[in-house]
Design a protein around this ligand. Sequence first.
Ligand SMILES: Nc1nc2c(c(=O)[nH]1)N[C@H]1C(S)=C(S)[C@@H](COP(=O)(O)O)O[C@H]1N2
Ligand SMILES: [Mo]
Length: 389
Amino acid sequence: MALKLPKPPVPREEDFTSRLRGPELASRVGLLLGICFGVTFLTGVWSHLYQDQPSWLTLPTRPDWLYQVTQGLHVIAGTAAVPLLLVKLWSVFPKLFTAVPWRDIRQLAVHAAERGSIAILVAAAIFQLASGLANSAQWYPFSFSFRSTHFAIGWIAIGALVLHIAVKLPKVRDALGRPISSGEVDPSGAGESAGLSRRGLFRTAMVASAVAVLSVAGGTVPWLRKISVFSSHSGDGPAGVPINKSAKAAGVTASATDPAYVLTVANGDRSVSLSREELEQMPQHSAELPIACVEGWSASGTWTGVRMRDLLDLVEVPAGTTVFVESVQESGPFRSSEVRGNYADDPLTLVALRLNGEVLALDHGYPCRLIAPNRPGVLQTKWLGRIEA
Ligand SMILES: Nc1nc2c(c(=O)[nH]1)N[C@H]1C(S)=C(S)[C@@H](COP(=O)(O)O)O[C@H]1N2
Ligand SMILES: [Mo]
């Protein structure tokens, strides 16, 4: 005979009695969260503009550190949002159990619309933070394309957020106007001062957020490197600059060290091929420029090599022409990139042969690599084999 167990009771909203919860806390954490999401959205769209540059848009080559700063902000704001989102979700959790107005069809429709939009917001926010963190740790436990998915869900998240703020604005205004501790009554009757206060919880959330930021910010801020335990690229690479993809991983070791290696510069049917020695004999220029990886780390170095413009002059490429650079790497999404005319002509855009005074390491792109100001790391193509107008 089957034993019939009583169903565990579903809690009601009133069953959650923590005095720490309340709109005063939810709205304050929500405000900080809104700022973080706003910053990540704007800096994220900015980053996509560089990587899928529309033909009508000319991005500036200066200031040379601009992309490094916007991408650093993107990762920092996203990381800061993680503890805030957890506290925010906890603070409104009992709302999941508010009574459903089954009897009134209109109220039911309003209820369903509100619930549905919040479900989309929460799911999108969790997805963005989780996928962004995984990407900055270079961990891809998913099979979808990170970049296009993170971009698409970013629009959904910001849309749902704007809707949410619009709906809650009157409530939020009220709650922000009241002191954070208002209505904070301990149901046990122990009084306001017992245990953690709502203000204490809010401060703890901000501290947790700051700690999270410090744990990754060393990937961008050199003097934080030592304490950034979660920054995946805090270690040094050759010449003091981290490596993103090694020559071995890219499968270029043989072709990059081949004694017959040449860099070909082509413009229609005109072309020249230069060995590494011939590149070294051309006028050399130095520039201090960062590599700013979209995965959240960045590092500056002094790069020395030949100006892109000088190479293009060898085959009479007119000023302002967009060129393509191609790696000897045979496959992989970052094996080539487009260099717009204003970038190709900029005197800081180099085909680098050296980094910080040393011959470019094989992993940094030996025999030569592109380095240009204000440009995402993924577009700083390594192991160049061909430049084509
Ligand atoms: N050919 C080629 N170039 C490439 C890559 C690559 O995978 N293949 N990775 C890019 C990325 S994502 C970054 S961040 C920079 C990193 O350069 P570094 O390894 O010298 O620091 O190289 C870029 N150039
Ligand atoms: Mo990168």
